[in-house]
Structure formats: structure tokens, C-alpha cells
Ligand binder design. Structure first.
Ligand code: ZN
Length: 673
């Protein structure tokens, strides 16, 4: 639950084809034609470093954003597709290879999917219709949750935030159709517009299912009212950033006392968790408010809501009219002009639901042992630099310093792929039952995850699949994790010089490493336990430095992009720390080698060009606004300009002067490390 990634999981889309990747000139390391020389580096470094790249890479119609990450993701996806097509075409495939081949084949078989129409969901919809009382509501909800449908809440497994050697159950709010509570509570014109588009979308899907138009309208109203009520009761994203606020372990009896009508004992027994021990309730006020939904007068609205949840979450795997209507909402929220082509949807789905079976083959073909060794060495050097920095930080007392160094010492780096691959024994995948496969794989995955409760922790486990172009830090595991998918050129190139590698993948390693000490990460100790190891004065000094970053990013908010400094502060701190520490690691590495100028750029300049090229790209305005309300990561442009304008090293490398837009005045400059 406490995972801080480099990027929020990308909702829609990839694009372009492998041919275009080559045609665009996939340079290793850094390509000088990415630069737009008409922009001054000290005025807008993002536009300077990336203008050429951006001009060559317009956003494809099926994407809401396209940046350097997406270009790599696209290549990774092409390889995944080849693996899946080979598995599907191989009559001798067995075990998990046969499963992923059949899964992919069932998804690609559009004719079979069209023939079925809405039929696959009819039995579930009928079961919901048959709910007659709060007892049968709890039973049916347990059944839907087992199948992987999100409604009202999520029940999952997590490491106990205060005892990271234990795996416990948690209950967290879930089940809104729009991306965040803010979409239901905000009164501005754009929010109103999105809500009315959402209501029209709900009615359209109910009509497609076969409900009469007048009934579908009523159902849409009911769903919007019901979800708005749920949304108002949820913690805001900013409030939920405080891990102490979301840690509320309870016995089942306490949970039952909080919302007696829910029938928690019955629900947990249905989910085979009656003896689960403590359950971490992340948002008790929300769970308390849920009680009213389980009283008899609320039943008709809850049933409509549950039918909606089944229908909307099934739509992408039903026939085209349903999938198209699903995309219609996506278009409003993110601005894509066309849905993803079929093979990409199918590849992503298998990656999401059977990631280790696909990833195992994917890694064999794309990630060398030499690359793993080189990245491990970089992770060590960055950790050493951060340790040296902590040893000399003027604002940190010796007591806190000792805790920070112990935490850094215990930090583990997982590079490339998991130590043990998961298998999918017992999962039944049918070659001609796409919707059924999605449900079966979702249910299997969920059961696997819940099966961890009460068991020892697997230290080598990855929370992202190998082809993923992302990375994360886990506070509860105190580990940084880099899937092989991100350790690819141009971000990481074993053949490229240090300057580019440190600016690109080095800054990512620094980003994840310093997450251990951001506004949330610092609350976990070396063992991954939520425990305050900071002296009050040091906590105050840190908070003042974090406030500088909050103020800086609040200053970028506009009516179109309602950026919230308190939402993005953790990521902005990690970006700042990552760039700072990786730069020092480069300086250290350079002491051992002669400094060379390449393409007319010094190593220092190339470091910052490497950093900026990560975020080269464009995003549609719909997406940017949606993300500002729901994503803890700032927009790409600010991740570059906001970060680098704090660094004197950047100003020095490009000879920027006081007063230049890329140089924040000395008294406003933010620095943590
Ligand atoms: Zn991050």
C-alpha cells in the first residue's frame, strides 16, 4: 500500500509502431537533434532540451500522453506481443506458456466476443437483482469481490505498517467510477461537465445491456447520487498521504461495531478470512458511513450501484458497443481520440493478470546479466553518495542521522526481475472465453494475494511486471525496485557514457532512494515499520524544507491545471533529491576518468540533458487536468523545470544568471539533500 512509483500507472494507451521507433532515429544515450536551439536553456530548459524530440513525436490518437517512457514502453510491448503470438500459435505449448497463449488468443478473437454480446454478465446481473435483504447483499458483495470487481471497498493483503514481518488484511475505500473523490465534490464548470458526461455514459451502458431508456436514466441518477455520497465520505488524497492517519488496525468485532448493518462476520467468512486477525481499516469514517447503505431502505440504490459496477468493469471485455462506450468516458477524462488497437489491449491485459508467466520469457530476451550488474553498481554508488550527504547535513542532529544511515544501510535494491517467478498452477484459461478468462485470472490473482495473510514475507517479490517502464520505493519493505522494462536504452545504455546514464537512470535510482526520506517515506524506519525515529527539531527542519517545495509547486497552479503542492510534495522532493544525488555520484565517478566533451556538451551539461529527456513529451489538456486532481506526480514539464531551477549546479553548467527563469532566487531555492 505504501508504494511510491516514478509514474502513476498509465491509464490508457501506447502507440506508434516499431518501424517508427527506428525511423525516428533511436539514438543510444543522447541524440542532439532532441534539442530546440531556438529556446534558451536558462529560460525554459524543458523546451530547450526536448523541443526537437517533441516536434518529432506528436501524441498518437490512441494516447493521452506520449513521452520518453512511452517510447520505451512501446518497444517493450512489441516484444511482449511477439511472445504472446508465438505462444498462441504453438500447438505444443504447455503449462503457463499455453495459458498466456490461450488468454491472448481469446482476447484477439473478436468474432467470438461479438457473438456473445452482453451474455457473459447476465447471470451476475440476475444474482444482484435477486438480493432481497442485507444478508444476501453481504454474500453477493463477497462473491463480486472474489471475482475482482471493485465496489464500496477493497479487501486486500498488506505488510502490517507497524510490524513489517507480518502480512495482514486491510480494508480501503474503493468503487468510484470517476478517478477521484474530487470529481464528485468540486463545483467548477469543468467538474459539472464531467459529471454530466459520466451520467450520460452510465445511462448508455445500461441501455446497451437492455434496460429501457427511462429506466436507464433513473439508474444513472441513482448511481451518481450514490457514488457522490461515497466520495464525500472518503479521505482526500492529501489526508491519506499521512500513513499514521490510515493505520487503524481492528479486530473483526471492532469493525462490526463501526458499521453493524454490513454483516462483516458473514462477509469475512464468505471470503474465508473469518480468522484473519487484525484488519487495517484505512478510512474508519468511510466504513462507518457505509453502514446506511446496508439498511433495508437503501437496498434498491445499492443494487443499482452493484449492477453498474459489474457492467462498467466488464465493458472493456465485452463486445464492441460496450468497449466503445467504455472508451467514450476515457476520452472525456484523458482526451484520447481513438481506442487502443486490439493487440495492445490484449498484451496489456495478459501482462497485468499473468505478468510473471509473460515476464519470464520477456526477460530472457531483453535483459542481460551484464546490464543487471552495471545497474546494481550504480545503485550502490548512489546510496554511498546519499550516505555521505546525510553524514554532513547541517540541519540534521546525530540521533536522527544515525537512524537515517541505518535505514540507508538496510535499503535493498531489486533490479530487473523477481528472484522467484510466480506460476499459475490451477488457473483455468479457455481459448474461447475471453470475459471468463479475465474473471478467472482476476479471481486467481486476488486469491493468491489474500493467501499471503498470516504467512512469512517474500523478500524478492516485485510489485511491477518485468516489461513495465517504471520503478518504485516501498516504505514497508524498505526497498527500491527497477523492472527490466525501464533499464533499456536510451535511459540506461551499458554502452553510453556515465554523464547520460547518471542523468537518466541514475536520477531515477536517486529518486526512488530518496523516497525513503520524503514526507511519507521518512516515517518508516530501517525495518519498514511506521515509527517516529526523528527528533522533534529535525522533523521541524525537514517539514520547513518540504514546505518550500509545497509553496513552489502551489505557485504553478492555474485554473486549467489545479496543481496541489501538498499532493505532489513527495514526488517533487524525490525528483529534487534524485537529481542532486545522481549529480554528485557522477562527479565522483568522473574523478576517476578524464572529462570529455561530446557533441559540444560538457559531461555536466549532458547529465542535465539526460535528466530532461526522460520527461520529453506532450500530454492532452484533459489528461493534465485529470492528473492534477488525482496524481501525486507533477506534470512532466515541471518535473524538469521545477526541479532544476532549484539546483545551482544546473545554473553553473549552462551559465545561467540570477533573474533567469531557470534560476530561482537564492532565498526561495529549495534543498533537502
Ligand atoms: Zn516517485
Amino acid at each position: 500500500m505504501t508504494r511510491f512509483s516514478l509514474f502513476a500507472r498509465i491509464g490508457g494507451a501506447s502507440a506508434l509502431c516499431a518501424l517508427l521507433w527506428t525511423a525516428a532515429g533511436a539514438s543510444q544515450g543522447f541524440d542532439p537533434s532532441n534539442i530546440d536551439p531556438s529556446v534558451a536553456a536558462c529560460k525554459d530548459f524543458y523546451a530547450y532540451a526536448n523541443g526537437g524530440w517533441i516536434a518529432r513525436h506528436p501524441i498518437p490518437p490512441d494516447r493521452s500522453r506520449f513521452n520518453g517512457f512511452d517510447l520505451i514502453a512501446q518497444r517493450n510491448e512489441e516484444l511482449a506481443r511477439r511472445i504472446l503470438e508465438e505462444a498462441a500459435a504453438n500447438p505444443n505449448a504447455s503449462g503457463d506458456t499455453k495459458r498466456i497463449g490461450d488468454f491472448y488468443a481469446s482476447c484477439i478473437d473478436v468474432a467470438a466476443i461479438e457473438r456473445l454480446g452482453a451474455k457473459p454478465v447476465v447471470p451476475l446481473m440476475a444474482q444482484i437483482d435477486a438480493i432481497a435483504d442485507p444478508r444476501s447483499l453481504a454474500d453477493e458483495l463477497a462473491h463480486l469481490h472474489d471475482l475482482g470487481f471493485g465496489a464500496l471497498w477493497t479487501l486486500g493483503a498488506t505488510l502490517d505498517p507497524k510490524d513489517s514481518a507480518r502480512q495482514i488484511a486491510f480494508v480501503a475505500p474503493s468503487g468510484l467510477g470517476l478517478p477521484d473523490r474530487e470529481f464528485y465534490v468540486r463545483a467548477d464548470a469543468r467538474s459539472e461537465q464531467i459529471r454530466s458526461a459520466y451520467a450520460a455514459h452510465v445511462a448508455a451502458l445500461f441501455r446497451l445491456f437492455g434496460d429501457a431508456p427511462a429506466r436507464a436514466e433513473e439508474e444513472a441518477k441513482s448511481v451518481l447520487t450514490f457514488e457522490s455520497r461515497l466520495a464525500r465520505e472518503q479521505l482526500t488524497r492529501v489526508a491519506a498521504r499521512d500513513p499514521n492517519a490510515t493505520y487503524n488496525p481492528m479486530r473483526v468485532a471492532e469493525l462490526a461495531a463501526l458499521s453493524p448493518h454490513v454483516g462483516w462476520e458473514r462477509y469475512l467468512a464468505e471470503r474465508k478470512l473469518a480468522q484473519s486477525g487484525a484488519i487495517d481499516v484505512t478510512d474508519p469514517a468511510y466504513v462507518k458511513a457505509l453502514d446506511a447503505a446496508f439498511e433495508r431502505p437503501a437496498l434498491p440504490d445499492v443494487k443499482t450501484y452493484l449492477r453498474w459496477r459489474v457492467l462498467s468493469q466488464s465493458a472493456p471485455s465485452l463486445s464492441n458497443p460496450f468497449a466503445d462506450e467504455d472508451f467514450a468516458l476515457q476520452r472525456v477524462l484523458s482526451g484520447e481520440q481513438a481506442p487502443l488497437v486490439r493487440w495492445k489491449r490484449c498484451t496489456r491485459l495478459v501482462d497485468r493478470l499473468m505478468g510473471d508467466a509473460l515476464g519470464r520469457i520477456w526477460v530472457e530476451r531483453s535483459f542481460s546479466p551484464a546490464a543487471k550488474i552495471r545497474v546494481e553498481a550504480m545503485a550502490r554508488s548512489i546510496r554511498e553518495v546519499l550516505a555521505d550527504d546525510i553524514r554532513t547535513l547541517p540541519w540534521m542532529s546525530d540521533a536522527t542521522r544515525a537512524g537515517a544511515l541505518a535505514k540507508l544501510e538496510a535499503l535493498r535494491a531489486l533490479i530487473g526481475y523477481p528472484q522467484r517467478w510466480r506460476t499459475y498452477d490451477g488457473l483455468t484459461i479457455a481459448r474461447t472465453d475471453y470475459w471468463g478468462n479475465v474473471r478467472a485470472a482476476s479471481a486467481y490473482d486476488l486469491a493468491w494475494s489474500l493467501g499471503k495473510i498470516g504467512k512469512p514475507v517474500d523478500k524478492g517479490e516485485f510489485g511491477m511486471t518485468p516489461p513495465t517502464v517504471n520503478a518504485y520505493y516501498s516504505g514497508q519493505r524498505n526497498e527500491i525496485v527497477f523492472p527490466a522494462g525501464i533499464l533499456q536504452p536510451p535511459f540506461f545504455d551499458p554502452a553510453a557514457d556515465d554523464a547520460i546514464n547518471y542523468g537518466a537512470i541514475g536520477a531515477v535510482i536517486g529518486h526512488e532512494t530518496t523516497h525513503g526520506f520524503d514526507d511519507r517515506g521518512r516515517r518508516f524506519d530501517a525495518e519498514g515499520n511506521l515509527h517516529d525515529w526523528w527528533t522533534p527539531d529535525d522533523a521541524k527542519a525537514f517539514t520547513a524544507r518540504a514546505q518550500c517545495v509545497i509553496d513552489q509547486f502551489d505557485g504553478y497552479a492555474t485554473p486549467e491545471i489545479p496543481l496541489n503542492g501538498r499532493l505532489v510534495v513527495g514526488e517533487a522532493i524525490a525528483d529534487l533529491g534524485g537529481a542532486t544525488i545522481a549529480y554528485r555520484a557522477l562527479e565522483r565517478a568522473q574523478k576517476r576518468r578524464p572529462k570529455t566533451t561530446l557533441d559540444g556538451f560538457t559531461p555536466e551539461q549532458r547529465f542535465f540533458l539526460g535528466f530532461a529527456q526522460y520527461f520529453a513529451g506532450s500530454a492532452r489538456p484533459e489528461r493534465t487536468r485529470t492528473r492534477a486532481l488525482s496524481d501525486p506526480h507533477p506534470p512532466d514539464r515541471l518535473r524538469v523545470n521545477g526541479t532544476l531551477s532549484n539546483l545551482p549546479e544546473f545554473a553553473e553548467a549552462f551559465h545561467c544568471q540570477a533573474g533567469d527563469p531557470m534560476v530561482r532566487p537564492a532565498k526561495e531555492r529549495c534543498a533537502i539533500w
